[in-house]
Design a protein around this ligand. Structure first.
Ligand code: IMP
Ligand code: ZN
Length: 356
């Protein structure tokens, strides 16, 4: 592949590049097209597009982003809504060249519709199954999310549910995610349920250091040896006092899931050039590009790759390596990884042919 830096390369290259998506929250990933369908079904809620997505060039505070999720959740209050959004989100990732996807979501109960946490997960799994039956070229797995703002008791219930589905979902449910508003609650409250999850055999990915001054919480959560880290925006700092966190992450080679547009639009990173992708990439530390919430932040995974390529002047070969090495960090078993690696090799020749 050409070694030229990626500046000015056609968006089609990034769309055709086979990709792995490991950090996508279901309700944050709902596209404007799907949102319009939901709005048409629930006009009485009077939720406008600007309440559920952030346009190009616009920004919101992290707090405002979390308010948006509350509006979105009103739109997806029934199992049939969850089924529809799951299928639409999977189809959209597939159309963007994603070949392996780990979707994540917090199971919710809604009195108004009788939806329970269990029927919520069943609806997601049914959506995944129907997409597989459609023959879509994408392997989809599911991570159950614990929303930290809901507290430790709810977390225990979610961990139990995730453990049940780990055993009964035929390899679709693979792990547990800790997410939610980082300003609410403390990681300490979740140590016990997270440890339970680990013991049950669930892989762990934890949103860490998404906001500044959370060193104590981060140190505690890193003590659990998570399999991946979401964001880790404020892990790296020049201050000696927190250097141990970077050292710990480096020593254990814990991969970071990085979401540029999300961090820029939620204003936790001041500019793309200052994004912590640069810090970790230069160290040769494993990083995986992801979207976080492609609906809310109006992005696509191919765009995230293009943004990184242009901002950090990466060559075709470096971009290819970034997408291929992401396979090493999926939660699926070694057999799936080998299959994906083989697939990448085949697709590389196809892409090269197209570029000629
Ligand atoms: P859901 O779990 O499918 O309902 O997706 C939306 C949820 O994902 C939100 O309510 C948050 O709990 C979580 N989430 C989405 N984006 C972020 C983020 O950037 N940081 C922490 N949590 C997030
Ligand atoms: Zn996230």
């Amino acid at each position: 592949m050409a070694e030229a830096a990626a500046t000015g390369r056609a968006p089609r290259f990034f769309q055709r590049l086979p990709k792995v998506e490991l950090h996508a929250h279901l309700n944050g990933s709902i596209s404007s097209a799907t949102m319009k369908k939901l709005m048409a079904q629930k006009p009485h809620l009077r939720i406008g597009e600007e309440m559920v997505a952030i346009d190009k060039g616009a920004k919101r505070t992290l707090e405002e982003c979390f308010q948006m999720f509350q509006f979105i959740h009103q739109m997806t209050s029934r199992p049939e809504d969850i089924l529809m959004v799951t299928k639409d989100v999977i189809r959209e990732f597939a159309a963007d060249g994603v070949k392996y996807l780990e979707l994540r979501s917090t199971p919710r109960e809604e009195k108004s519709s009788g939806m329970t946490k269990r029927t919520y997960v069943e609806a997601v799994l049914e959506g995944i199954k129907q997409c597989q039956e459609e023959g879509l070229d994408i392997d989809v797995r599911f991570l159950v999310s614990v929303d930290r703002s809901k507290g430790a008791v709810a977390a225990k219930e979610i961990v139990k549910l995730a453990g049940d589905f780990l055993l009964s979902s035929d390899g679709v449910v693979l792990g547990l995610d800790l997410s939610g508003n980082p300003k609410v609650g403390h990681g300490q409250d979740f140590l016990e349920p997270l440890l339970e999850a680990k013991k049950a055999g669930l892989k762990l990915t934890l949103h860490l250091s998404e906001i500044p001054n959370q060193e104590d919480e981060t140190r505690l959560l890193l003590g659990l040896c998570p399999d991946r880290i979401g964001h880790g925006t404020f892990l790296q700092t020049s201050e000696l006092a927190t250097q141990d966190l970077v050292d710990l992450v480096r020593r254990n080679r814990i991969p970071l899931e990085l979401c540029l547009t999300s961090n820029l639009k939620a204003e936790t990173v001041p500019s793309k050039a200052q994004h912590h992708f640069g810090f970790w990439y230069r160290l040769g530390h494993p990083v995986v590009l992801c979207t976080d919430d492609k609906g809310v932040f109006a992005t696509e995974l191919s765009r995230e790759y293009q943004l990184v390529a242009e901002t950090f002047q990466l060559s075709d070969e470096q971009i290819w390596a970034l997408s291929s090495e992401a396979i090493d960090h999926v939660f699926a078993c070694g057999h799936t990884k080998s299959k994906l690696k083989e697939r990448w090799q085949t697709l590389k020749s196809v892409l090269l042919e197209e570029l000629r």
